[in-house]
Design a protein around this ligand. Structure first.
Ligand SMILES: Nc1ncnc2c1ncn2[C@@H]1O[C@H](COP(=O)(O)OP(=O)(O)OP(=O)(O)O)[C@@H](O)[C@H]1O
Ligand SMILES: [Mg+2]
Length: 585
Protein backbone atom coordinates (compact mmCIF):
# COMPACT_ATOMS: atom_id res chain seq x y z
CA UNK A 1 0.00 0.00 0.00
CA UNK A 2 1.28 3.45 -0.83
CA UNK A 3 0.79 6.34 1.54
CA UNK A 4 -1.44 8.82 -0.28
CA UNK A 5 -0.24 12.39 -0.63
CA UNK A 6 -2.39 15.41 0.13
CA UNK A 7 -5.46 15.18 -2.08
CA UNK A 8 -5.97 18.30 -4.17
CA UNK A 9 -8.89 20.69 -4.03
CA UNK A 10 -10.33 19.11 -7.14
CA UNK A 11 -10.38 15.67 -5.52
CA UNK A 12 -12.16 17.02 -2.45
CA UNK A 13 -14.77 18.82 -4.54
CA UNK A 14 -15.40 15.64 -6.51
CA UNK A 15 -15.86 13.62 -3.36
CA UNK A 16 -18.44 16.08 -2.06
CA UNK A 17 -20.21 16.15 -5.42
CA UNK A 18 -20.38 12.36 -5.48
CA UNK A 19 -22.18 12.31 -2.14
CA UNK A 20 -24.46 15.22 -3.00
CA UNK A 21 -25.59 13.75 -6.32
CA UNK A 22 -28.43 11.56 -4.98
CA UNK A 23 -30.07 14.69 -3.59
CA UNK A 24 -29.88 16.82 -6.72
CA UNK A 25 -33.63 17.34 -6.99
CA UNK A 26 -34.11 18.63 -3.46
CA UNK A 27 -31.01 20.70 -3.91
CA UNK A 28 -32.54 22.42 -6.91
CA UNK A 29 -35.77 23.17 -5.01
CA UNK A 30 -33.67 24.52 -2.14
CA UNK A 31 -31.76 26.70 -4.61
CA UNK A 32 -35.03 28.11 -5.91
CA UNK A 33 -36.28 29.01 -2.42
CA UNK A 34 -32.91 30.64 -1.78
CA UNK A 35 -33.29 32.85 -4.83
CA UNK A 36 -36.76 33.92 -3.70
CA UNK A 37 -35.53 34.66 -0.19
CA UNK A 38 -32.63 36.67 -1.54
CA UNK A 39 -34.85 38.58 -3.94
CA UNK A 40 -37.05 39.53 -1.01
CA UNK A 41 -34.13 40.79 1.02
CA UNK A 42 -32.83 42.93 -1.86
CA UNK A 43 -36.35 44.23 -2.63
CA UNK A 44 -36.88 45.49 0.96
CA UNK A 45 -34.80 48.69 0.82
CA UNK A 46 -35.97 49.43 -2.74
CA UNK A 47 -39.60 49.36 -1.56
CA UNK A 48 -38.62 51.54 1.41
CA UNK A 49 -37.22 54.07 -1.05
CA UNK A 50 -40.63 54.11 -2.78
CA UNK A 51 -42.36 54.80 0.55
CA UNK A 52 -40.18 57.89 0.97
CA UNK A 53 -39.82 59.16 -2.58
CA UNK A 54 -43.31 58.53 -4.02
CA UNK A 55 -45.30 58.57 -0.73
CA UNK A 56 -43.90 60.70 2.06
CA UNK A 57 -42.12 63.36 -0.03
CA UNK A 58 -45.03 64.19 -2.37
CA UNK A 59 -47.26 64.06 0.75
CA UNK A 60 -49.54 61.35 -0.67
CA UNK A 61 -50.52 59.20 2.27
CA UNK A 62 -52.50 56.61 0.24
CA UNK A 63 -49.27 55.81 -1.68
CA UNK A 64 -47.53 55.41 1.67
CA UNK A 65 -50.10 52.82 2.72
CA UNK A 66 -49.84 50.97 -0.60
CA UNK A 67 -46.07 50.80 -0.46
CA UNK A 68 -46.07 49.75 3.18
CA UNK A 69 -48.41 46.90 2.20
CA UNK A 70 -46.02 45.88 -0.56
CA UNK A 71 -43.18 46.08 1.91
CA UNK A 72 -45.00 43.73 4.31
CA UNK A 73 -45.83 41.29 1.51
CA UNK A 74 -42.16 41.18 0.53
CA UNK A 75 -41.21 40.49 4.16
CA UNK A 76 -43.71 37.61 4.47
CA UNK A 77 -42.59 35.98 1.21
CA UNK A 78 -39.00 36.34 2.30
CA UNK A 79 -39.77 34.71 5.64
CA UNK A 80 -41.53 31.72 4.08
CA UNK A 81 -38.86 31.18 1.48
CA UNK A 82 -36.15 31.37 4.12
CA UNK A 83 -37.90 28.81 6.31
CA UNK A 84 -38.35 26.39 3.39
CA UNK A 85 -34.77 26.77 2.29
CA UNK A 86 -33.21 26.24 5.67
CA UNK A 87 -35.29 23.10 6.14
CA UNK A 88 -34.33 21.73 2.74
CA UNK A 89 -30.64 22.50 2.93
CA UNK A 90 -30.19 20.96 6.36
CA UNK A 91 -32.19 17.94 5.26
CA UNK A 92 -29.83 17.39 2.34
CA UNK A 93 -26.72 18.35 4.30
CA UNK A 94 -27.35 15.95 7.16
CA UNK A 95 -27.99 13.11 4.76
CA UNK A 96 -24.81 13.81 2.83
CA UNK A 97 -22.84 13.68 6.08
CA UNK A 98 -24.53 10.47 7.19
CA UNK A 99 -23.74 8.92 3.80
CA UNK A 100 -20.11 9.99 4.04
CA UNK A 101 -19.85 8.48 7.52
CA UNK A 102 -21.25 5.18 6.28
CA UNK A 103 -18.97 5.17 3.25
CA UNK A 104 -15.86 5.84 5.37
CA UNK A 105 -16.90 3.06 7.73
CA UNK A 106 -17.45 0.61 4.89
CA UNK A 107 -14.13 1.56 3.35
CA UNK A 108 -12.21 1.26 6.62
CA UNK A 109 -13.67 -2.19 7.23
CA UNK A 110 -12.24 -3.40 3.93
CA UNK A 111 -8.73 -2.20 4.67
CA UNK A 112 -5.96 -4.67 5.38
CA UNK A 113 -4.53 -5.42 8.81
CA UNK A 114 -1.43 -3.46 7.87
CA UNK A 115 -3.50 -0.27 7.83
CA UNK A 116 -4.76 -0.91 11.34
CA UNK A 117 -1.27 -1.66 12.54
CA UNK A 118 -0.05 1.68 11.15
CA UNK A 119 -3.03 3.78 12.12
CA UNK A 120 -4.12 4.17 15.74
CA UNK A 121 -7.77 3.21 16.25
CA UNK A 122 -8.43 6.63 17.79
CA UNK A 123 -7.35 8.37 14.61
CA UNK A 124 -9.74 6.26 12.55
CA UNK A 125 -12.50 7.06 15.04
CA UNK A 126 -11.67 10.75 14.79
CA UNK A 127 -12.05 10.63 11.01
CA UNK A 128 -15.47 9.08 11.42
CA UNK A 129 -16.68 11.44 14.11
CA UNK A 130 -14.81 14.72 14.55
CA UNK A 131 -13.80 15.22 10.96
CA UNK A 132 -17.24 14.56 9.63
CA UNK A 133 -18.67 16.79 12.34
CA UNK A 134 -16.27 19.52 11.24
CA UNK A 135 -17.96 19.49 7.84
CA UNK A 136 -21.38 19.87 9.39
CA UNK A 137 -21.78 23.62 9.14
CA UNK A 138 -20.24 23.72 5.70
CA UNK A 139 -22.56 21.09 4.30
CA UNK A 140 -25.75 22.19 6.06
CA UNK A 141 -25.41 25.98 6.04
CA UNK A 142 -22.74 26.31 3.38
CA UNK A 143 -24.82 26.19 0.20
CA UNK A 144 -27.30 28.69 1.64
CA UNK A 145 -24.65 31.06 2.89
CA UNK A 146 -22.77 30.83 -0.35
CA UNK A 147 -25.65 31.20 -2.78
CA UNK A 148 -27.72 33.63 -0.78
CA UNK A 149 -24.87 35.92 0.03
CA UNK A 150 -23.44 35.85 -3.45
CA UNK A 151 -26.86 36.66 -4.86
CA UNK A 152 -27.40 39.40 -2.31
CA UNK A 153 -23.97 40.75 -3.08
CA UNK A 154 -24.48 40.76 -6.83
CA UNK A 155 -28.09 41.95 -6.55
CA UNK A 156 -27.13 44.78 -4.23
CA UNK A 157 -24.21 45.74 -6.46
CA UNK A 158 -26.55 45.96 -9.46
CA UNK A 159 -29.10 48.04 -7.57
CA UNK A 160 -26.34 50.30 -6.27
CA UNK A 161 -25.02 50.78 -9.78
CA UNK A 162 -28.50 51.61 -11.06
CA UNK A 163 -29.19 54.01 -8.21
CA UNK A 164 -26.00 55.91 -8.73
CA UNK A 165 -23.05 54.45 -10.55
CA UNK A 166 -20.56 57.07 -9.34
CA UNK A 167 -21.31 56.31 -5.72
CA UNK A 168 -21.28 52.57 -6.40
CA UNK A 169 -17.86 52.66 -8.04
CA UNK A 170 -16.52 54.73 -5.17
CA UNK A 171 -17.60 51.96 -2.78
CA UNK A 172 -15.97 49.21 -4.78
CA UNK A 173 -12.50 50.73 -4.35
CA UNK A 174 -12.14 48.80 -1.07
CA UNK A 175 -12.18 45.45 -2.85
CA UNK A 176 -8.53 45.04 -3.89
CA UNK A 177 -7.49 45.40 -0.24
CA UNK A 178 -10.01 42.75 0.64
CA UNK A 179 -8.72 40.32 -2.00
CA UNK A 180 -5.17 40.59 -0.69
CA UNK A 181 -6.27 40.18 2.93
CA UNK A 182 -8.29 37.09 2.07
CA UNK A 183 -5.45 35.44 0.19
CA UNK A 184 -3.12 35.85 3.16
CA UNK A 185 -5.79 34.57 5.55
CA UNK A 186 -6.39 31.52 3.43
CA UNK A 187 -2.77 30.49 3.27
CA UNK A 188 -2.20 30.80 6.96
CA UNK A 189 -5.53 29.43 8.09
CA UNK A 190 -5.57 26.44 5.73
CA UNK A 191 -2.34 25.20 7.21
CA UNK A 192 -3.54 25.81 10.75
CA UNK A 193 -6.77 23.91 10.16
CA UNK A 194 -4.97 20.91 8.76
CA UNK A 195 -2.92 20.88 11.90
CA UNK A 196 -6.03 20.95 14.10
CA UNK A 197 -7.40 17.86 12.35
CA UNK A 198 -4.19 15.97 13.00
CA UNK A 199 -3.95 17.08 16.62
CA UNK A 200 -7.59 16.24 17.19
CA UNK A 201 -6.84 12.72 15.93
CA UNK A 202 -3.98 12.52 18.43
CA UNK A 203 -6.35 13.48 21.23
CA UNK A 204 -8.83 10.76 20.31
CA UNK A 205 -6.07 8.21 19.82
CA UNK A 206 -4.62 8.98 23.23
CA UNK A 207 -8.05 8.78 24.88
CA UNK A 208 -8.91 5.56 23.12
CA UNK A 209 -5.70 3.88 24.18
CA UNK A 210 -5.85 5.04 27.80
CA UNK A 211 -9.48 4.05 28.22
CA UNK A 212 -9.04 0.60 26.68
CA UNK A 213 -5.98 0.05 28.81
CA UNK A 214 -7.40 1.50 31.99
CA UNK A 215 -6.93 -1.71 34.00
CA UNK A 216 -3.23 -1.78 33.26
CA UNK A 217 -2.98 1.95 33.87
CA UNK A 218 -4.52 1.61 37.30
CA UNK A 219 -2.60 -1.53 38.15
CA UNK A 220 0.70 0.19 37.45
CA UNK A 221 -0.43 3.49 38.97
CA UNK A 222 0.26 5.26 35.72
CA UNK A 223 -2.62 7.70 36.18
CA UNK A 224 -0.37 10.69 36.79
CA UNK A 225 1.99 9.89 33.95
CA UNK A 226 -0.92 9.37 31.56
CA UNK A 227 -2.54 12.52 32.84
CA UNK A 228 0.58 14.50 32.06
CA UNK A 229 0.86 12.89 28.66
CA UNK A 230 -2.74 13.78 27.93
CA UNK A 231 -2.11 17.35 29.04
CA UNK A 232 0.60 17.51 26.40
CA UNK A 233 -1.57 16.09 23.62
CA UNK A 234 -4.45 18.32 24.61
CA UNK A 235 -2.22 21.35 24.76
CA UNK A 236 -0.90 20.75 21.26
CA UNK A 237 -4.49 20.56 20.04
CA UNK A 238 -5.30 23.80 21.83
CA UNK A 239 -2.24 25.49 20.34
CA UNK A 240 -3.32 24.45 16.84
CA UNK A 241 -6.78 25.86 17.50
CA UNK A 242 -5.38 29.11 18.81
CA UNK A 243 -3.56 29.62 15.54
CA UNK A 244 -6.81 29.43 13.62
CA UNK A 245 -8.45 31.79 16.10
CA UNK A 246 -5.61 34.28 15.80
CA UNK A 247 -5.94 34.36 12.05
CA UNK A 248 -9.68 34.94 12.35
CA UNK A 249 -9.15 37.60 15.02
CA UNK A 250 -7.19 39.70 12.56
CA UNK A 251 -9.14 38.94 9.43
CA UNK A 252 -12.74 39.61 10.51
CA UNK A 253 -12.18 43.05 12.05
CA UNK A 254 -10.25 43.87 8.90
CA UNK A 255 -13.32 43.07 6.82
CA UNK A 256 -15.49 45.20 9.16
CA UNK A 257 -13.00 48.01 8.83
CA UNK A 258 -13.31 47.91 5.07
CA UNK A 259 -17.08 48.11 5.30
CA UNK A 260 -16.81 51.13 7.62
CA UNK A 261 -14.42 52.77 5.16
CA UNK A 262 -16.93 52.16 2.38
CA UNK A 263 -19.71 53.74 4.47
CA UNK A 264 -17.50 56.76 5.10
CA UNK A 265 -16.88 57.07 1.36
CA UNK A 266 -20.61 56.91 0.64
CA UNK A 267 -21.53 59.43 3.33
CA UNK A 268 -18.83 61.87 2.26
CA UNK A 269 -19.14 61.58 -1.48
CA UNK A 270 -22.93 60.91 -1.42
CA UNK A 271 -23.48 63.93 0.86
CA UNK A 272 -21.63 66.05 -1.66
CA UNK A 273 -23.83 64.74 -4.49
CA UNK A 274 -27.01 65.55 -2.45
CA UNK A 275 -25.69 69.09 -1.80
CA UNK A 276 -25.31 69.60 -5.50
CA UNK A 277 -28.79 68.22 -6.12
CA UNK A 278 -27.41 65.32 -8.17
CA UNK A 279 -28.88 62.71 -5.81
CA UNK A 280 -32.19 62.57 -3.91
CA UNK A 281 -32.06 62.16 -0.11
CA UNK A 282 -34.23 59.02 -0.58
CA UNK A 283 -31.59 57.55 -2.87
CA UNK A 284 -28.86 58.30 -0.35
CA UNK A 285 -30.95 56.61 2.32
CA UNK A 286 -31.55 53.56 0.12
CA UNK A 287 -27.86 53.55 -0.75
CA UNK A 288 -26.85 53.40 2.88
CA UNK A 289 -29.44 50.67 3.53
CA UNK A 290 -28.15 48.68 0.58
CA UNK A 291 -24.61 49.24 1.62
CA UNK A 292 -25.16 47.13 4.73
CA UNK A 293 -27.04 44.75 2.48
CA UNK A 294 -23.87 44.67 0.44
CA UNK A 295 -21.36 44.35 3.23
CA UNK A 296 -23.28 41.88 5.38
CA UNK A 297 -22.81 39.21 2.74
CA UNK A 298 -19.15 40.11 2.53
CA UNK A 299 -18.86 39.57 6.27
CA UNK A 300 -20.85 36.37 6.12
CA UNK A 301 -18.89 35.06 3.18
CA UNK A 302 -15.63 35.71 4.95
CA UNK A 303 -16.92 33.90 8.02
CA UNK A 304 -18.11 31.08 5.84
CA UNK A 305 -14.71 31.04 4.29
CA UNK A 306 -13.27 30.20 7.66
CA UNK A 307 -15.81 27.42 8.17
CA UNK A 308 -14.97 26.13 4.75
CA UNK A 309 -11.23 26.10 5.34
CA UNK A 310 -11.83 24.07 8.48
CA UNK A 311 -14.21 21.70 6.72
CA UNK A 312 -11.85 21.31 3.77
CA UNK A 313 -9.03 20.32 6.09
CA UNK A 314 -11.33 17.67 7.55
CA UNK A 315 -12.52 16.53 4.13
CA UNK A 316 -8.92 16.21 3.05
CA UNK A 317 -8.32 13.76 5.89
CA UNK A 318 -11.41 11.81 4.90
CA UNK A 319 -10.38 11.69 1.25
CA UNK A 320 -7.02 10.35 2.41
CA UNK A 321 -8.86 7.44 3.99
CA UNK A 322 -10.80 6.85 0.77
CA UNK A 323 -7.53 6.97 -1.15
CA UNK A 324 -6.04 4.23 1.01
CA UNK A 325 -6.55 1.11 -1.04
CA UNK A 326 -6.79 -2.22 0.75
CA UNK A 327 -3.44 -3.89 0.16
CA UNK A 328 -5.13 -7.28 0.08
CA UNK A 329 -7.76 -6.49 -2.54
CA UNK A 330 -8.82 -9.48 -4.63
CA UNK A 331 -6.81 -10.04 -7.78
CA UNK A 332 -8.66 -8.89 -10.94
CA UNK A 333 -9.58 -12.42 -12.01
CA UNK A 334 -10.14 -13.81 -8.49
CA UNK A 335 -12.47 -16.81 -8.48
CA UNK A 336 -14.49 -17.99 -5.54
CA UNK A 337 -12.75 -20.86 -3.81
CA UNK A 338 -14.87 -23.98 -4.30
CA UNK A 339 -15.78 -26.19 -1.35
CA UNK A 340 -12.40 -27.38 -0.10
CA UNK A 341 -11.16 -30.68 1.24
CA UNK A 342 -8.62 -28.96 3.47
CA UNK A 343 -5.17 -29.73 2.10
CA UNK A 344 -2.73 -26.96 2.97
CA UNK A 345 0.75 -26.39 1.68
CA UNK A 346 3.31 -23.69 2.39
CA UNK A 347 5.88 -23.68 -0.42
CA UNK A 348 9.09 -21.80 0.36
CA UNK A 349 7.27 -18.86 1.92
CA UNK A 350 9.22 -15.71 2.67
CA UNK A 351 7.59 -12.82 4.42
CA UNK A 352 8.30 -9.34 5.80
CA UNK A 353 5.63 -7.20 7.45
CA UNK A 354 6.63 -4.18 5.40
CA UNK A 355 9.15 -3.25 2.78
CA UNK A 356 11.28 -1.49 5.34
CA UNK A 357 11.18 -4.16 8.05
CA UNK A 358 13.27 -7.30 8.23
CA UNK A 359 12.11 -10.62 6.81
CA UNK A 360 10.44 -12.74 9.52
CA UNK A 361 9.83 -15.95 7.56
CA UNK A 362 12.76 -17.30 5.56
CA UNK A 363 11.46 -20.03 3.29
CA UNK A 364 8.86 -21.89 5.31
CA UNK A 365 7.63 -25.15 3.75
CA UNK A 366 5.31 -27.80 5.14
CA UNK A 367 2.08 -29.53 4.24
CA UNK A 368 -1.05 -30.76 5.94
CA UNK A 369 -3.44 -33.37 4.59
CA UNK A 370 -7.22 -32.88 4.92
CA UNK A 371 -8.38 -33.53 8.46
CA UNK A 372 -4.95 -33.37 10.03
CA UNK A 373 -4.13 -31.29 13.06
CA UNK A 374 -0.93 -29.31 12.70
CA UNK A 375 0.68 -27.98 15.85
CA UNK A 376 2.95 -24.98 15.38
CA UNK A 377 5.47 -24.77 18.15
CA UNK A 378 8.51 -22.65 18.83
CA UNK A 379 9.85 -19.89 21.01
CA UNK A 380 8.13 -16.56 21.25
CA UNK A 381 8.69 -14.49 18.13
CA UNK A 382 9.52 -17.56 16.03
CA UNK A 383 6.80 -16.73 13.50
CA UNK A 384 3.91 -19.01 14.50
CA UNK A 385 1.23 -16.33 14.44
CA UNK A 386 2.68 -14.97 11.24
CA UNK A 387 2.27 -18.35 9.54
CA UNK A 388 -1.43 -18.54 10.42
CA UNK A 389 -1.99 -14.92 9.37
CA UNK A 390 -0.61 -15.80 5.94
CA UNK A 391 -2.88 -18.83 5.74
CA UNK A 392 -5.93 -16.65 6.44
CA UNK A 393 -4.48 -14.22 3.90
CA UNK A 394 -4.31 -11.26 6.17
CA UNK A 395 -1.03 -10.67 4.39
CA UNK A 396 0.59 -12.02 1.23
CA UNK A 397 4.02 -13.69 1.21
CA UNK A 398 6.84 -11.67 -0.30
CA UNK A 399 7.97 -14.85 -2.06
CA UNK A 400 6.73 -18.43 -2.25
CA UNK A 401 3.16 -19.64 -2.19
CA UNK A 402 0.41 -20.63 0.20
CA UNK A 403 -1.76 -23.33 -1.36
CA UNK A 404 -5.10 -24.69 -0.28
CA UNK A 405 -6.16 -27.83 -2.17
CA UNK A 406 -3.42 -26.88 -4.62
CA UNK A 407 -4.83 -23.41 -5.28
CA UNK A 408 -2.78 -20.31 -4.50
CA UNK A 409 -4.78 -18.28 -1.96
CA UNK A 410 -3.98 -15.13 -3.94
CA UNK A 411 -6.03 -16.41 -6.88
CA UNK A 412 -9.29 -16.73 -5.00
CA UNK A 413 -11.59 -14.14 -3.52
CA UNK A 414 -10.87 -13.35 0.11
CA UNK A 415 -14.53 -13.74 0.94
CA UNK A 416 -14.75 -17.31 -0.32
CA UNK A 417 -11.49 -18.17 1.40
CA UNK A 418 -12.42 -16.77 4.79
CA UNK A 419 -15.88 -18.26 4.70
CA UNK A 420 -14.22 -21.68 4.84
CA UNK A 421 -11.75 -20.71 7.52
CA UNK A 422 -12.44 -20.46 11.20
CA UNK A 423 -10.14 -18.41 13.35
CA UNK A 424 -9.96 -18.50 17.11
CA UNK A 425 -7.44 -15.85 18.13
CA UNK A 426 -5.31 -15.97 21.24
CA UNK A 427 -7.55 -13.54 23.08
CA UNK A 428 -10.99 -14.14 21.67
CA UNK A 429 -12.84 -10.96 20.86
CA UNK A 430 -16.44 -10.87 21.95
CA UNK A 431 -18.75 -8.06 20.93
CA UNK A 432 -21.39 -6.27 22.92
CA UNK A 433 -24.65 -8.15 22.43
CA UNK A 434 -26.10 -11.40 23.73
CA UNK A 435 -24.17 -14.63 24.22
CA UNK A 436 -26.36 -16.12 21.51
CA UNK A 437 -25.44 -13.38 19.03
CA UNK A 438 -21.77 -13.86 19.84
CA UNK A 439 -21.91 -17.58 19.15
CA UNK A 440 -23.86 -17.02 15.94
CA UNK A 441 -21.40 -14.31 14.89
CA UNK A 442 -20.16 -16.14 11.80
CA UNK A 443 -23.60 -17.59 10.94
CA UNK A 444 -26.26 -15.13 12.08
CA UNK A 445 -28.97 -17.19 10.41
CA UNK A 446 -28.32 -20.21 12.69
CA UNK A 447 -31.32 -21.43 14.68
CA UNK A 448 -31.46 -21.43 18.48
CA UNK A 449 -31.12 -25.23 18.47
CA UNK A 450 -27.93 -25.02 16.43
CA UNK A 451 -26.48 -22.37 18.74
CA UNK A 452 -27.26 -24.47 21.79
CA UNK A 453 -25.91 -27.64 20.16
CA UNK A 454 -22.63 -25.86 19.41
CA UNK A 455 -22.39 -24.60 22.97
CA UNK A 456 -23.14 -28.08 24.32
CA UNK A 457 -20.55 -29.68 22.07
CA UNK A 458 -17.77 -27.52 23.48
CA UNK A 459 -19.11 -27.75 27.04
CA UNK A 460 -20.15 -24.11 27.30
CA UNK A 461 -23.84 -24.79 27.73
CA UNK A 462 -23.75 -25.25 31.51
CA UNK A 463 -22.11 -21.96 32.38
CA UNK A 464 -24.18 -20.04 29.82
CA UNK A 465 -27.43 -21.32 31.35
CA UNK A 466 -26.17 -20.23 34.74
CA UNK A 467 -25.79 -16.63 33.53
CA UNK A 468 -28.56 -14.23 34.65
CA UNK A 469 -30.41 -14.33 31.32
CA UNK A 470 -28.94 -17.53 29.91
CA UNK A 471 -28.23 -17.22 26.20
CA UNK A 472 -29.78 -13.76 26.16
CA UNK A 473 -27.32 -12.36 28.69
CA UNK A 474 -25.75 -9.22 27.35
CA UNK A 475 -21.99 -9.54 27.14
CA UNK A 476 -20.46 -6.12 27.56
CA UNK A 477 -17.90 -4.77 25.16
CA UNK A 478 -15.12 -7.33 24.67
CA UNK A 479 -16.90 -9.80 26.93
CA UNK A 480 -15.84 -7.96 30.05
CA UNK A 481 -18.44 -9.84 32.09
CA UNK A 482 -17.03 -13.28 31.33
CA UNK A 483 -13.86 -14.92 32.56
CA UNK A 484 -11.10 -15.64 30.06
CA UNK A 485 -11.85 -19.37 30.08
CA UNK A 486 -15.54 -18.67 29.48
CA UNK A 487 -14.74 -16.30 26.67
CA UNK A 488 -12.63 -18.97 25.09
CA UNK A 489 -15.43 -21.51 25.28
CA UNK A 490 -17.80 -19.02 23.64
CA UNK A 491 -15.20 -18.49 20.93
CA UNK A 492 -14.97 -22.26 20.43
CA UNK A 493 -18.73 -22.52 20.08
CA UNK A 494 -18.60 -19.66 17.59
CA UNK A 495 -15.98 -21.48 15.50
CA UNK A 496 -17.80 -24.80 15.73
CA UNK A 497 -21.10 -23.28 14.61
CA UNK A 498 -19.41 -21.66 11.61
CA UNK A 499 -18.20 -25.19 10.77
CA UNK A 500 -15.11 -24.16 8.80
CA UNK A 501 -13.12 -26.63 6.70
CA UNK A 502 -9.89 -25.26 8.09
CA UNK A 503 -9.60 -24.13 11.66
CA UNK A 504 -6.92 -21.81 12.96
CA UNK A 505 -6.43 -21.64 16.66
CA UNK A 506 -3.96 -19.42 18.48
CA UNK A 507 -4.04 -21.21 21.76
CA UNK A 508 -4.11 -19.14 24.93
CA UNK A 509 -1.08 -19.59 27.15
CA UNK A 510 -2.88 -18.29 30.19
CA UNK A 511 -3.35 -21.07 32.66
CA UNK A 512 -6.89 -21.79 33.73
CA UNK A 513 -7.99 -23.98 36.62
CA UNK A 514 -7.75 -27.75 36.22
CA UNK A 515 -11.49 -28.46 35.62
CA UNK A 516 -11.66 -25.65 33.03
CA UNK A 517 -8.45 -26.91 31.47
CA UNK A 518 -10.00 -30.36 31.16
CA UNK A 519 -13.19 -28.87 29.74
CA UNK A 520 -11.26 -26.81 27.18
CA UNK A 521 -9.31 -29.89 26.19
CA UNK A 522 -12.51 -31.82 25.58
CA UNK A 523 -13.93 -28.87 23.69
CA UNK A 524 -10.82 -28.79 21.52
CA UNK A 525 -11.26 -32.43 20.68
CA UNK A 526 -14.77 -31.74 19.37
CA UNK A 527 -13.67 -28.65 17.58
CA UNK A 528 -10.70 -30.16 15.76
CA UNK A 529 -12.50 -33.31 14.76
CA UNK A 530 -13.02 -33.78 11.02
CA UNK A 531 -11.25 -30.66 9.79
CA UNK A 532 -7.79 -29.48 9.01
CA UNK A 533 -6.59 -27.53 11.98
CA UNK A 534 -3.64 -25.27 12.68
CA UNK A 535 -3.00 -24.86 16.32
CA UNK A 536 -0.41 -22.52 17.70
CA UNK A 537 0.01 -24.78 20.65
CA UNK A 538 1.31 -24.21 24.12
CA UNK A 539 -0.57 -27.05 25.79
CA UNK A 540 1.37 -30.29 25.85
CA UNK A 541 -1.79 -32.33 25.43
CA UNK A 542 -2.70 -30.51 22.22
CA UNK A 543 0.79 -30.84 20.82
CA UNK A 544 1.09 -34.52 21.58
CA UNK A 545 -2.17 -35.27 19.87
CA UNK A 546 -1.31 -33.38 16.67
CA UNK A 547 -0.72 -35.34 13.46
CA UNK A 548 2.11 -33.06 12.44
CA UNK A 549 4.22 -30.91 14.68
CA UNK A 550 6.03 -28.08 12.94
CA UNK A 551 8.84 -26.58 14.97
CA UNK A 552 9.67 -23.03 14.01
CA UNK A 553 12.76 -21.12 14.97
CA UNK A 554 13.63 -17.61 13.82
CA UNK A 555 11.26 -17.88 10.86
CA UNK A 556 12.44 -21.28 9.70
CA UNK A 557 11.00 -24.78 10.02
CA UNK A 558 13.70 -26.69 11.81
CA UNK A 559 11.80 -29.92 12.43
CA UNK A 560 8.50 -31.48 11.44
CA UNK A 561 6.86 -34.79 12.22
CA UNK A 562 4.75 -36.59 14.80
CA UNK A 563 5.44 -36.38 18.48
CA UNK A 564 6.99 -39.83 18.47
CA UNK A 565 9.22 -39.15 15.46
CA UNK A 566 10.47 -35.90 16.89
CA UNK A 567 11.16 -37.37 20.28
CA UNK A 568 13.14 -40.17 18.66
CA UNK A 569 15.13 -37.65 16.65
CA UNK A 570 16.26 -36.04 19.93
CA UNK A 571 16.54 -32.63 18.26
CA UNK A 572 15.14 -29.23 19.13
CA UNK A 573 11.65 -30.55 19.83
CA UNK A 574 13.03 -33.04 22.25
CA UNK A 575 14.75 -30.21 24.13
CA UNK A 576 11.60 -28.11 24.14
CA UNK A 577 9.61 -31.09 25.33
CA UNK A 578 12.03 -31.64 28.15
CA UNK A 579 11.51 -28.06 29.29
CA UNK A 580 7.76 -28.50 29.16
CA UNK A 581 7.73 -31.68 31.13
CA UNK A 582 9.96 -30.08 33.70
CA UNK A 583 7.69 -27.03 33.88
CA UNK A 584 4.62 -29.17 34.41
CA UNK A 585 6.27 -31.47 36.94
N1 LIG B 1 2.54 -6.55 12.72
C1 LIG B 1 3.86 -6.76 12.74
N2 LIG B 1 4.68 -5.87 12.17
C2 LIG B 1 5.99 -6.06 12.18
N3 LIG B 1 6.60 -7.12 12.72
C3 LIG B 1 5.84 -8.04 13.31
C4 LIG B 1 4.42 -7.90 13.35
N4 LIG B 1 3.93 -8.97 14.00
C5 LIG B 1 4.97 -9.74 14.33
N5 LIG B 1 6.13 -9.19 13.92
C6 LIG B 1 7.46 -9.77 14.08
O1 LIG B 1 7.47 -11.01 13.42
C7 LIG B 1 8.19 -11.98 14.16
C8 LIG B 1 7.32 -13.21 14.34
O2 LIG B 1 6.19 -12.85 15.11
P1 LIG B 1 5.01 -13.85 15.44
O3 LIG B 1 3.91 -13.04 16.01
O4 LIG B 1 4.72 -14.65 14.24
O5 LIG B 1 5.67 -14.73 16.58
P2 LIG B 1 5.02 -15.95 17.35
O6 LIG B 1 5.85 -17.15 16.99
O7 LIG B 1 3.59 -16.02 17.11
O8 LIG B 1 5.33 -15.56 18.85
P3 LIG B 1 4.41 -15.79 20.16
O9 LIG B 1 4.60 -17.20 20.60
O10 LIG B 1 5.03 -14.86 21.15
O11 LIG B 1 3.01 -15.43 19.81
C9 LIG B 1 8.58 -11.32 15.46
O12 LIG B 1 9.94 -10.99 15.35
C10 LIG B 1 7.76 -10.07 15.52
O13 LIG B 1 8.51 -9.03 16.10
MG1 LIG C 1 1.88 -15.51 18.35
Amino acid sequence: MTAPGRPGRFRRGRTLARFARPYTRRGIVAGFTMIVATGASVAGPVVAKQVIDSGIRPGDYSRVVEWVAVFLAVVVVGWMATAAQSYLTSWVGERVLADIRVAVFAHVQRLDLGFFERTPAGVVISRLTNDIEAMNSMVTDGPTTLLQNTLTLVGSAVVLLVLDWRLALATLTVFPAMAIGTAIFRRYSGRAYRRTRERMGDVTASLQEDISGVRVVQAFRREDANYRQFLGVNDRYRAANVQTVNAAAIYFPFVSLLSAVATAVVLGYGGLLVFHGQLSPGSLFAFIGLLSNFFDPVQQLSQFYQTMLSAMAALEKIVEVFDTEPAMADAPGARPLPQIAGKVEFADVHFAYSQSSAEVLHGVSFRAEPGQTVALVGHTGAGKSTVVKLLARFYDPTAGRVLIDGTDVRDVSAHSLRSQLGIVPQESFLFSGSVRANIAFGRPEASDEEVIAAAEAVGADAFIRALPDGYDTEIQERGARLSIGQRQLVAFARALLADPRILILDEATSSVDIPTEARIEEALETLLHGRTAFVVAHRLSTIRRADVIVVLEHGRVIEAGTHRQLIERRGRYFALYDDWVEAVA
